[in-house]
Design a protein around this ligand. Structure first.
Ligand code: GRF
Length: 296
């Protein structure tokens, strides 16, 4: 199960570039549930010295998640928190009533009309989150990056990692939000018959895939494409985008701005922002060199 090979103040092996020893490097925790190709892309960038943050731990809700092995191979400590343990337990440790009420008032993921049933489920989720929080805290991570983590988080967890104005949890979603939220972004995009698919990286808020968008990119979907083609094209973009977003946050170039009465929105203060977006457009066409772009 959990293997704690590094402690607060240390870093996982394989991340030995000189600047990573500085104490003000951003420390990130990555949470996964499955294959972990996004995690792998972050590890690769880190090993190339191109990630401006340190991946200090990787957590999963599934002991069998293949991504855990990717982390271990890179010398990054891992941990597993079993949600099932909390969801199925006959009895669960009680939680402070006022805290549960406050979290319940803000959360937008549990819709059970029955107060008691909803609170019971909420307490169980919070108990699982508490265990994740303890792991993440023990490695001193200041940003949590969800990369295929298939659980919804409550405001209990989100508030814990918030850093002043900056939300503390980021997610990558395989669709152009607000289109196709939920667990099957690629499938829903493909089945709908979209001509373009998209990737969104966003801060996580109290709802499901509703938080402020940090970055988006699109890719074309051609008539002859299979579902796998679409997914592959999208994943290639995901892998480019996640490290870039982590770097923007690490450099403190991400501002959440709220206009009165409006949704919070994100401004990227990187002078190279437009260039980066252009590189994502180019990447979306990399497997179709026959496509000629024209500025009209
Ligand atoms: C990605 O498509 C990501 O956008 C979504 O889950 C998938 C995870 O893939 N949230 P991987 O585990 O990183 O390969």
């Amino acid at each position: 199960m959990a293997s704690h090979v590094a402690h607060h103040g240390e870093k996982g092996a394989g991340f030995g570039n000189a600047s990573s020893t500085g104490s003000n490097r951003l420390r990130i925790a990555v949470l996964i549930s499955g294959g972990g190709t996004n995690l792998q892309a972050l590890i690769d960038r880190a090993q190339e010295g191109k990630l401006e943050a340190d991946i200090v731990c990787v957590g999963s809700d599934r002991a069998s998640a293949q991504g855990l092995m990717r982390a271990q191979k890179a010398g990054i400590p891992t941990f597993v928190v079993s949600y099932e343990k909390y969801l199925k337990a006959d009895k669960i440790e009680p939680m402070d009533d006022a805290l549960v009420s406050a979290v319940d008032a803000r959360q937008r993921i549990l819709r059970d009309q029955d107060d008691e049933a909803r609170r019971d489920r909420l307490i169980r989720l919070m108990a699982a989150e508490k265990e994740i929080m303890a792991h993440v805290e023990s490695y001193g991570a200041r940003l949590v990056c969800l990369a295929g983590f298939m659980r919804l988080l409550t405001p209990f967890f989100l508030n814990h990692f918030r850093q002043g104005d900056r939300p503390g949890v980021v997610n990558i979603h395989p669709a152009l939000l607000p289109a196709f939220p939920g667990q099957h972004g690629y499938r829903d995009t493909y089945r709908y018959g979209c001509k373009w698919g998209g990737i969104s990286i966003h801060f996580v808020d109290e709802g499901e895939d509703t938080g402020p968008v940090i970055a988006q990119a699109v890719y074309p979907i051609w008539d002859e494409d299979s579902y796998e083609d679409v997914q592959q094209r999208g994943l290639h973009l995901e892998h480019l985008m996640y490290a870039q977003v982590v770097n923007w946050i690490a450099r403190d170039q991400v501002r959440v701005v709220t206009r009165s009465g409006g949704r919070p929105r994100v401004r990227i203060e990187d002078p190279a922002y437009r260039e980066v977006v252009g590189s994502w457009v180019e990447a979306a066409f990399r497997d179709r060199p026959d496509v000629v772009y024209r500025r009209t």
